[in-house]
Design a protein around this ligand. Structure first.
Ligand SMILES: [Zn+2]
Ligand SMILES: [Zn+2]
Length: 336
């Protein structure tokens, strides 16, 4: 079978031996396609994952062999995520499922950018779901990334009609904005790229170009009785955006951190103290967040049509390049 691996500073498609059950229960699935996640880009660019790694986890797939008794059968088209919480450790019990050791250890094998993948029985039981009939495979590939956003919305624990600013309107910012809107928030999105600002407007969500700090502040304070927003969702991986968030959030407000930044700058201690701010992180989704994600997609409360640019498997390296250079919003690698 063909897989795409990290090979120094590029992604290389090569042939390897077919995947098998390895004596375990689960399913072998044919990957129809796989979304390219921002975390894949970070793992590749920052050289976090070694050469030979098969990245990708936002898969839509078809079951071609199954040896475990679950709700699924051969031929089913499914979506799945890659990690599964144990449900019993201190992290799971306190709601931080993505910190669970079992969660971090579990994965799809060898990775999503592969013609075939082995899914464990645990995947089938806890995180895999049938692709709803009204969603095409590309729309289905947003199951996991939208699940991440749903989790962030839950973590922020805001009351309805809160004023929320989403910083960064890449695909995640656009998903986040829609998930927040579906939860009854008043959302404003911002980005430095006009095209992205317009995309969010096309979803009937307020958004502005934030290149000019003073103009942006005026706009936001005008809309929030001169207070600033109740919460800022940071989907932008830029260090500069940290200071920006501190300027836009109201006293007593929340900043939800949802992206790594290259220089790892911190939020100013004294601002957090004097202004009673809450800065919190949100990482990867729990099974319940994923269930809600699929519901939002299925019911059209979050729309993802036309967000992705489709690449053939052999062109996956171009997909990485185009994502890194911000040429596209989101890549979907068509594999079958
Ligand atoms: Zn992802
Ligand atoms: Zn656990």
């Amino acid at each position: 079978m063909k897989v795409a691996v990290i090979d120094n500073d590029k992604i290389l498609v090569k042939k390897v031996e077919d995947i098998n059950f390895g004596g375990k229960k689960g399913a072998i699935v044919k990957v129809l396609g796989c979304g390219l996640c921002g975390s894949d880009i970070v793992k590749f660019r920052e050289k976090i994952s070694p050469d030979g790694t098969v990245l990708g986890h936002e898969i839509v797939a078809q079951i071609i062999e199954i040896n475990s008794e679950t709700a699924f059968k051969k031929g089913d088209k499914i979506v799945t995520s890659h990690h599964i919480p144990c449900g019993e450790c201190i992290f799971c019990k306190s709601g931080n499922v993505s910190m669970c050791r079992h969660f971090k250890k579990t994965n799809i094998v060898p990775g999503g950018f592969s013609e075939f993948v082995y899914l464990s029985e645990e995947h089938l039981t806890h995180v895999a779901r049938l692709l709803p009939e009204n969603l095409d495979e590309i729309e289905g590939s947003f199951y996991e990334p939208l699940g991440c956003c749903v989790r962030a919305v839950h973590r922020a624990d805001l009351s309805k009609n809160s004023n929320v600013l989403v910083v960064g309107l890449g695909s995640i910012g656009i998903l986040m904005s829609q998930a927040l809107k579906a939860h009854g928030m008043n959302v404003i999105g911002c980005d430095l790229i006009d095209e992205r600002v317009e995309i969010l407007k096309s979803f009937c969500i307020d958004s502005i170009n934030s290149s000019d700090l003073e103009d942006t502040k005026k706009y936001i304070f005008n809309k929030t009785e001169n207070n600033g927003v109740d919460a800022v969702f940071m989907t932008s991986g830029s260090d500069r955006a940290i200071d920006f968030a501190l300027k836009m959030v109201r006293n007593g407000g929340k900043i939800l951190v949802f992206a790594s930044t290259p220089k790892n700058f911190g939020y100013a201690n004294n601002e957090i103290y004097y202004r009673e701010l809450t800065v919190l992180g949100s990482y990867s989704p729990a099974p319940l967040d994923l269930a809600e994600s699929l519901e939002l997609l299925k019911t059209g409360q979050v729309k993802v049509k036309n967000l992705s640019t489709v690449y053939d498997f052999d062109k996956i390296n171009t997909a990485f390049d185009d994502t890194i250079s911000n040429k596209i919003l989101k890549a979907y690698i068509k594999i079958a």
